[in-house]
Design a protein around this ligand. Structure first.
Ligand code: MN
Length: 236
């Protein structure tokens, strides 16, 4: 007796320099830039001691889009862009939490992604105290670039991210003002989940989120090292 339904193969993200990265899970961090938390009407931490715990949610691995092409999703009138740094986990964690000082050894590399959001559905869920899944975890909600190995990417805090739509800059920020840094997020996630090779972590978006409509062309960049471009098409 074999499988009674067809098992889809994992999504495989190209790696610069060769090879592919098979995706297991997608974790996402919410409210990781103070200015974005403010524009969403959330409280903004004023110090490290005041941060509380990071906000985490997930997307399905098959939400990934490799060619940049996003069909306008069903069930929404408010598709929003959130441009984000993506961390690619390169090895399995043990049963104990990963110490922030050890986090770098678990990071294979970095990519550039969009955490596409059905903002109307997320806003409605937030207002009712309900989960965010319908607003966040939909088909084609995670366009992503190739992955650059960590050594070639360099110091995250020294880099900046930008998103333009139809030639106009919508989002731009350095990573020097993340509320939670990459080592801190790896540590916090590992306290809650068994991180494994193949996991991705979307690190949260800076201020300037806004609508995407069919026909929009987007270009995202992290400095001159990563680029992701694509277009929103009519609903499928
Ligand atoms: Mn996000």
């Amino acid at each position: 007796m074999g499988d009674v339904v067809a098992a889809p193969p994992p999504v495989r993200i190209p790696v610069r320099g060769g090879g592919t990265f098979p995706v297991r899970r997608i974790y996402c961090v919410g409210r990781n830039f103070a200015e974005h938390a403010r524009e969403m009407g959330a409280s903004v931490p004023t110090s490290t001691a005041d941060r509380g715990s990071p906000v985490f949610f997930c997307k399905p691995a098959d939400a990934i889009v490799l060619d940049g092409q996003v069909p306008y999703p069903r069930g929404t009138r408010e598709l929003h862009h959130e441009v984000e740094l993506v961390v690619a986990i390169g090895r399995d964690a043990g049963p104990d939490p990963i110490a922030p000082a050890d986090a770098a050894s678990y990071v294979f590399g970095y990519a550039l992604g969009l955490d596409l959001t059905r903002r109307d559905l997320q806003t409605e869920a937030k207002a009712k105290g309900l989960p965010w899944d319908t607003g966040k975890a939909f088909d084609h909600s995670a366009p992503i670039s190739e992955i650059v190995p960590a050594g070639a990417f360099g110091d995250v805090a020294a880099r900046a991210i930008e998103l333009s739509v139809n030639g106009r800059v919508r989002q731009h920020s350095g990573f020097d003002d993340l509320v939670w840094t990459v080592p801190e997020i790896v540590h916090e996630l590992s306290r809650l989940f068994a991180l494994r090779a193949g996991d991705l972590v979307f690190m949260g978006t800076p201020a300037g989120v806004g609508p995407l409509v069919p026909g929009d062309v987007y270009v995202a960049r992290i400095d001159a090292i990563l680029e992701l471009r694509g277009q929103v098409s009519d609903p499928r």
